[in-house]
Design a protein around this ligand. Structure first.
Ligand code: ZN
Length: 106
């Protein structure tokens, strides 16, 4: 997917940056999760893509103001709770988590 296609999908300008490494799995986990899932809008986006917010990296979807660093999870982690979700999620589709997130009230 190129930049123009991504901006059409997300509804506005996005930045393609460096994918973040897994924080949850520790140093033994050396691969980079290809997709992140936003806990605010329940949609996924490629790891490394973000929208430049006021001072933070925001969820790339134009109508969502979540902070990527704080409010996104790895897709594989969501799939652990929902094994029927596809290995490669569709962009723009909402994948509800429906169960309480650790340390978070829904
Ligand atoms: Zn979002």
């Amino acid at each position: 997917m190129n930049q123009a296609q991504m901006e059409k999908t997300f509804g506005g300008p996005v930045v393609v940056g460096t994918p973040r490494r897994s924080a949850k799995s520790g140093w033994l986990w050396r691969t980079v999760e290809p997709h992140l899932w936003c806990s605010y809008c329940s949609r996924t986006f490629p790891n490394g893509v973000y929208r430049l917010g006021d001072s933070v990296r925001s969820c790339p979807y134009a109508d969502c103001d979540a902070d990527v660093a704080q409010d996104s999870s790895e897709w594989q982690w969501i799939r652990r709770m929902h094994p029927h979700y596809p290995p490669a999620p569709w962009l723009g589709i909402r994948y509800p988590a429906d169960i309480a997130m650790p340390g978070r009230t829904v």
